[in-house]
Each structure stands twice: as structure tokens, then as C-alpha cells.
Design a protein around this ligand. Structure first.
Ligand code: ACO
Length: 428
């Protein structure tokens, strides 16, 4: 293959190098485009064709439905690994040895106490506050209690910031839920695994002993692994771009959480369940909602369908669908919502509107059904997504800082008014 791409503008030819990734993806390196062309820029709304960075963390092939973290397939990791092992893998690049994992877990646990004054902030939120707004604010508030900037040239400083947020975030997640439910803001038990400890912190009742539920913990472990990273999506790009100004880790993460909140991104898991509930309330007529989704005059979209990069299937959705079946069966839950979801999926997979546009169920189509079976309230679904995505955001932020990437600052094509004279009030 040629080593360069040629661009011709007004008869003038420019050469740009082609760069090939380890999975043979090819990119045109246009770093010098403006300099050599005298200011010509590119336009790519939604960055559908723009690579913002080189990254060694996650590989995904949307056509083939492949997703790998640091070279390991998502199927294998979901089956064989523990969430904390995957977090270590994403952040530091290799699966941890037992010794490394034990140390990681201990260090996280040692950092899991949050300042008592954070309780006052939690208390100040109304019970009606959306948990994503609360968790984003609390993550940002951490910067007031802990140094907000990290000396990225110090391995030790970097490691400390990472274990701090991994330790404190589950506490904030649990307190966000407990505040809503009027339960005391408790800590968990470091002798438990990371996922189980988080679950216990969320759900332990003050008047009852905590009993483990292996089915739930296994499913949660799997869900968190499946959500742990997804290369340069909206929230991850947000974390990287905020961090590129050298804002601290917690501030960058808080911005990422806000980006995740939207229904076109992580907020889709809540939106899916609300949609399924609405269809059920309306008599369960899936055909009616399929027609609405296809009607261009109707703003309704089939939530949980479609993906910016997966154009054949979302490999995470496959794993989650199976996990949803298993969890509901093992917990003995019969959920009519699942039948509606399966009905919609079947119809969509055989409908030319969805087939032609390559719209398939995404990761969030089934995740809400499992969360619901676990007793997690609908408005906490996206918070659970954030908990899973935390290691991915940290890994991406760390990579961006270690590579000393420049501040993120896209260009634009200005299409507004050209220069004009100020119009006095009397003439407007
Ligand atoms: N229901 C109905 N039609 C849809 C849907 C849907 N869920 N998704 C896309 N389309 C249609 C669009 O109307 C468009 O049709 P057109 O070509 O006739 O105009 C075509 O499919 C392409 O859609 P785009 O919005 O251009 O695709 P894009 O890649 O920009 O968006 C997105 C992807 C945002 C995920 C979109 O499919 C969507 O809104 N899905 C529903 C929300 C959702 O589930 N989000 C979660 C994504 S996964 C995640 O973030 C973890």
C-alpha cells in the first residue's frame, strides 16, 4: 500500500503520511494540514471519521463486532476475569499477578474512606435529585478534599490518585443510592471483593445481616467488565479533552460522568427501561412502537438500538442478553418487560428499516433488565454504567497524560455574519 495520501486543492497537490495501527487500520495523518495548505481545515461533525489519538487500550471493529481490552477478547474477560483484574489490565496494560492484584485491592481499600464533610454535601441534595447529577457533583467535590492535580511524572503520585478514586467512587455510588432511599450512609467491608463490597454498601439494611447472592454478584461483575472501556466514545473523549488542559483526574472524571448521562450515550439504559415500561402500560403493542420509530415525523427512537460504531452487532449485547436470561432464571424472576424486549428485538431484526440502517440492539438494550432484577432503581442504571466505565476513563486519562498529548482544541468552519458595524438600539 502507498505510504502517503494525496490531497489536491485548487490544482495544488499535498502529501500526507498514512499510519497503520497494530490491527492494520489505516489513518491519514493530517497534523500538518493547516500549516502546509495555508489554513485549510477539515469538517467532520460528530467526529465520525476523525481519530483523536493513538491508543493502546481498547480495540474494536464495528463491522466484525470485535471488542478487546489490551488484546484480550471481551467474551473471555467477561467469562474468566474479575472486574478489578480488568481494571488493572486496562489501566496498567497487563493482567496483574496475584501479588499485584492483592496490593491493588489493599491500596484501593486503604483509600476508600471519604471525608466526613462529604456527608454534608450528600445531605444537601434533595431526594428527588437525579443520581447522575449527584455522583458527578460528588466526584467533582472530591477535588476539594484531595489534591486536584496529579504530578503525572511521578509514578507514585499517579498510582495514588488512581487507587483513591477507585476506592472512593463506590462509596459515593452507594451513598447516592442510600440518600435517595433514606438509608444511613455506611461503609462496606474490605474483606469482600470490590464488586461485592460495592453491592453490600449499596443495599445493606441497617436492621438485617448482609447475605451474599452469588448470582447477582457474578452478573454485576460481568456487567461492569462489559462496560469498562469502549475506546473514544463521547464520555471518554470528554475525559481526555478535559484532562488535556491538565485539569485533575477527578475533575476530568466528573466531566465524563456528565457526558455519559445523556440518553444517546449511557443514559440509554434508563431510557430503554422507561420505554419498555411505557410500551407495557400501553398494552404491549410492539408493532405500534416499531412504526413510531420508523416514522420520520415522530421523534421517538427505539432506545437501545443502533450504535455509532457497531454496524452488525454489539458483542456486549450478545453476552448481556444471555446473562439476562440466566439471572432472571436463577433469581426466579418473571419479567413481562423481557418479553417485550425480545419481541421488539425480533421485529427489528426482520425489519428492513433497521436492517438497512444496520441498527442492532446495543449494550444497553438488556442491561436495564438485569439491573432491575437485582433491585437497582431505574435512575441508578447510568450510575452503574459509570462505575463500570471508571477504569476505562482512568486508563484513557493516564494514557493521554503519559503521552503528553497537546490540549484538545478542534477547529471550526465559521458560517456566521461577516464583519458589520454596530447597530444602535434605535435602529434594531
Ligand atoms: N431508532 C430509530 N431509528 C434510528 C435509531 C433508533 N434507535 N438509531 C438510528 N436511527 C436511524 C436514524 O434516524 C438515521 O436514519 P436516516 O438515515 O433515515 O436519517 C439512521 O438510523 C442513522 O442514525 P444516526 O443517528 O445518524 O446514527 P449515529 O451513529 O449518529 O447514532 C446512536 C448512533 C446515537 C446510538 C443512535 O443509533 C441512537 O440514537 N440510538 C438510540 C439511543 C441509544 O440506544 N444509545 C446508546 C448507544 S450505546 C452507548 O452509548 C453505551
Amino acid at each position: 500500500m502507498s505510504k502517503n495520501a494525496t490531497l489536491e486543492i485548487n490544482g495544488q497537490k499535498y502529501e500526507f503520511p498514512l499510519v497503520t495501527g497494530t490491527e492494520n487500520e489505516v489513518a491519514i495523518d493530517i497534523k500538518d494540514l493547516r500549516a502546509v495548505t495555508g489554513g485549510v481545515t477539515t469538517i467532520d461533525p460528530g467526529y465520525k471519521n476523525t481519530g483523536s489519538c493513538e491508543s493502546s487500550i481498547t480495540f474494536l471493529d464495528g463491522e466484525k463486532g470485535i471488542l478487546r481490552y489490551r488484546g484480550y477478547s471481551i467474551e473471555e474477560l467477561a467469562e474468566k476475569a474479575d472486574f478489578l483484574e480488568v481494571a488493572y489490565l486496562l489501566i496498567f496494560g497487563e493482567l496483574p499477578t496475584q501479588e499485584e492484584l492483592d496490593k491493588f485491592k489493599k491500596d484501593i481499600c486503604d483509600q476508600s474512606i471519604v471525608d466526613e464533610d462529604i456527608r454534608k454535601i450528600v445531605d444537601a441534595f434533595p431526594k428527588s435529585a437525579h443520581p447522575m447529577g449527584v455522583i458527578s457533583s460528588l466526584t467533582s467535590a472530591l477535588t476539594s478534599f484531595n489534591p486536584s492535580s496529579v504530578n503525572v511524572d511521578s509514578k507514585e503520585d499517579m498510582y495514588k490518585a488512581i487507587v483513591k478514586i477507585l476506592g472512593k467512587f463506590p462509596v459515593l455510588v452507594a451513598w447516592t443510592l442510600r440518600k435517595k432511599q433514606g438509608l444511613p450512609l455506611d461503609y462496606g467491608d474490605c474483606s469482600l471483593g470490590y464488586v461485592e463490597n460495592t453491592y453490600k454498601m449499596m443495599f445493606k439494611q441497617p436492621n438485617k445481616d448482609y447475605t451474599t447472592n452469588e448470582v447477582v454478584i457474578n452478573a454485576l461483575n460481568k456487567l461492569l467488565i462489559l462496560h469498562a472501556d469502549h475506546e473514544q466514545n463521547c464520555s471518554t473523549s470528554t475525559v481526555r479533552i478535559v484532562g488535556s488542559s491538565h485539569a485533575g483526574l477527578f475533575a476530568s472524571l466528573s466531566a465524563g460522568i456528565s457526558a455519559l448521562w445523556g440518553p444517546l450515550h449511557g443514559g440509554a439504559n434508563q431510557a430503554v427501561l422507561e420505554m419498555l415500561e411505557a410500551i407495557k402500560e400501553d398494552g404491549g403493542d410492539t408493532k405500534k412502537y416499531m412504526a413510531k420509530a420508523k416514522d420520520k415525523d415522530d421523534p421517538f427512537r427505539l432506545m437501545g438500538f443502533g450504535h455509532r460504531v457497531y454496524k452488525n452487532f454489539d458483542p456486549r449485547a450478545k453476552i448481556i442478553k444471555k446473562a439476562a436470561d440466566d439471572v432472571l432464571e436463577q433469581l426466579g424472576v418473571e419479567d413481562p418487560i423481557l418479553d417485550i424486549a425480545k419481541g421488539l428485538e425480533k421485529e427489528a431484526l426482520n425489519d428492513s428499516y433497521f436492517v438497512d440502517r444496520k441498527l442492532y440492539p446495543n449494550v444497553d438494550f438488556y442491561s436495564g433488565i438485569i439491573y432491575r432484577a437485582m433491585g437497582i432503581p431505574t435512575d441508578m442504571f447510568t450510575v452503574m454504567f459509570a462505575l463500570g466505565r471508571l477504569p476505562g476513563w482512568i486508563a484513557q486519562w493516564r494514557e493521554m497524560r503519559l503521552r503528553k498529548e497537546p490540549i484538545g482544541r478542534p477547529r471550526q468552519l465559521y458560517v456566521g455574519e461577516t464583519q458589520r458595524a454596530f447597530k444602535p438600539m434605535s435602529k434594531r
